[in-house]
Design a binder for this molecule. Structure first.
Ligand code: ATP
Ligand code: MG
Length: 253
């Protein structure tokens, strides 16, 4: 068979895989639902969400407490699985991936800044940030140190490099979590209220840093926030209420 043109869309390709259709969708949710069993009842945290985030976008997710922001980010971040519907990330239908493949996708393509940081208490700032690079096992010691130092400088924690999480302020911990998510230079960064614990000046600096990476590296960002000032930095604001996305088509800031 000579010259086959309809190459099956490569699930791994970061560049130029999607030629048509949902053009370069990095994240695609179709009818995504998430139910949590709670005693004898069920909480419907997401009630059928359709959402596309294209490569290179900088998207804010806004909605009241309990509306489903963390749940949505957890589904996209492969931390949790949908009860129904499809969640596609970087070309992969996450519902069809094995636990091992999900771990690989998380490690290679995603950076996650959790609402509760999830730092490792016994490791210092440098070691916490180096951790995902160790898991990836791709860089040597010198290259890792170089990479960590450069991101530590960007988030303004050079003085705190040897301190452990318990010896940091809330805002400093937040910046460690951000640096750890960015150090692997992921294609997609998911951030759950990345500025919630910061004073407004530090918050602005963090958003500027995210925006800079978005511009220079083409990193795609999906982040939740309550802060209208932070939303103004986004390309697009997706509003969510009671487990549903509102005005998906017209969701501009
Ligand atoms: N593990 C769980 N078990 C049961 N219910 C849950 C669980 N996690 C979340 N929920 C419920 O799902 C709904 C959505 O929660 P979620 O954490 O996604 O909201 P959120 O928009 O992130 O809120 P916040 O702004 O307060 O962080 C809420 O009603 C919450 O109580
Ligand atoms: Mg939340």
């Amino acid at each position: 068979m000579p010259s086959k043109t309809e190459t099956p869309s490569s699930p791994t390709g970061a560049s130029g895989s999607a030629a048509s259709g949902a053009q370069s969708a990095l994240v695609e949710l179709v009818g995504a639902k998430k139910d949590y069993p709670l005693g004898r009842t069920v909480v419907s945290a997401l009630r059928g969400v359709d959402l596309v985030v294209r490569r290179g976008e900088f998207v804010a997710l806004a909605g009241p407490s309990g509306s489903g922001k963390t749940t949505l980010l957890n589904l996209v971040g492969c931390v949790d699985v949908a009860t129904a519907g499809t969640v596609r990330v970087d070309g992969h239908d996450t519902g069809r991936l094995s636990e091992k493949a999900l771990t690989q996708l998380r490690l290679e393509a995603l950076g996650f800044i959790f609402q509760s940081f999830n730092l490792i208490a016994v490791l210092d700032v440098f070691q916490n940030i180096e951790f995902p690079l160790l898991l990836q096992g791709k860089l040597g010691k010198g290259e890792r140190a170089e990479r960590v130092r450069s991101i530590v400088e960007k988030v303004g924690l050079t003085q705190q490099m040897k301190q452990r999480p318990a010896e940091l302020s809330g805002g400093q911990r937040q910046r460690v979590a951000i640096a750890r998510a960015l150090v692997t230079r992921p294609r997609l960064v998911l951030a759950d209220e990345p500025t919630a614990n910061l004073d407004s000046e530090t918050g602005e600096r963090i958003i500027d840093l995210m925006r800079e990476l978005n511009h220079t590296e083409g990193t795609t960002f999906l982040f939740s926030t309550h802060d209208p000032k932070i939303m103004t930095h986004a390309d697009r604001v997706v509003h969510i209420a009671d487990g549903r996305v509102l005005d998906a088509a017209a969701g501009h800031a």
